[in-house]
Design a protein around this ligand. Sequence first.
Ligand SMILES: Nc1ncnc2c1ncn2[C@@H]1O[C@H](COP(=O)(O)OP(=O)(O)O)[C@@H](O)[C@H]1O
Ligand SMILES: [Mg+2]
Length: 355
Amino acid sequence: MSSRISELRLEKVSRSFGGVPALDGFDLTIKGGEFVALLGPSGCGKSTALNCLAGLLPLSGGSIWLDDKRIDTVPPEQRGFGMVFQNYALFPHMSVRGNIAFGLRMARVGKAEAQRRVDEALSLVQLVDHAEKFPGQLSGGQQQRVAIARAIVLEPSLVLMDEPLSNLDAKLRLEMRTEIKRIHQTLGLTTVYVTHDQEEALSLADRLVLLRDGRVQQIGAPEDVYTEPANRFVAGFMGYRNELELPVTSVADKSVVLGDLNGTRREDLGQVAVAAIRPEDFTVGDGPNAMEVDVEVVEYQGREQAVQARTASGEQLHLRAVARLAPGDRVTVSVPPERVLVFAADSPAAPEKVA
Ligand SMILES: Nc1ncnc2c1ncn2[C@@H]1O[C@H](COP(=O)(O)OP(=O)(O)O)[C@@H](O)[C@H]1O
Ligand SMILES: [Mg+2]
């Protein structure tokens, strides 16, 4: 059960509900020890994919392979995977120790060995002092640590986590994120992690899988998806918050001019296109693509300010500025053409609100 895997393969995995596909031809190969995040807006099929992996949902099509063994027909309890859910799902009548030991008891691990492993897991999630408490006596963060300990104590070949931090407040969420990273660095368990939070996915995962309407949009390392989003949807989801719709003036291979904005073409374009730009890629001051903007709203955020401004043609822009700006200021901002990603105007955009 506690064997390490070298590869987990999903081949054209599909799942429909009442004839409507929730997951459509999902191909993914996960290497042993890898941390993969499934990312996308609510309803894109993340939980469906995870539940198919866990065996909680039968597939409508395709297959799942653990090394050379086909596992999509194996019942969930025989897959030996560890699961962590958003709502912790702890046994309320059992102590922390009892919750963590439960799986070991089921697996008929000897008493001394079980105690040693529970103690190890308790120390790993920093709950040694809370071992005899019941879930009702713990904070949300502590409960989630118990759920994580319970999932990893069996050293499963695969750990599946479905939005494990969504119920925690912002500060705890950050703390637990680091915690999950530390545990993964310590144990190296193969992990598939579902989230709608791009920051969480970027900071935790070795690779991201972007889903939209049950279909893969992009698979890549965090820095690739962040700097080279495959399409407008991924760009919108990865924080390319400014979208300017402009007429195409000229195209020369990857270089494109929209109005008089120089950008980099990411796909075939019609007569009108969309330039996607991250707020942090603008610089206040003269430079490439210089434009004058009127500052409208300034939010203090410590070292930087989040600024909303308007261009001469009336487009709203989000930027970030180190220089202190104030509403009413007229400033020049610039952005390098390689950070202006140009997509076809009729390409699907990311939803405004992702959660
Ligand atoms: N048990 C179910 N019955 C019917 N439709 C479902 C069920 N589970 C999920 N769906 C649908 O499948 C799609 C994907 O859902 P889900 O995988 O839960 O998305 P996510 O986890 O990304 O928010 C959604 O359109 C959702 O309404
Ligand atoms: Mg979900």
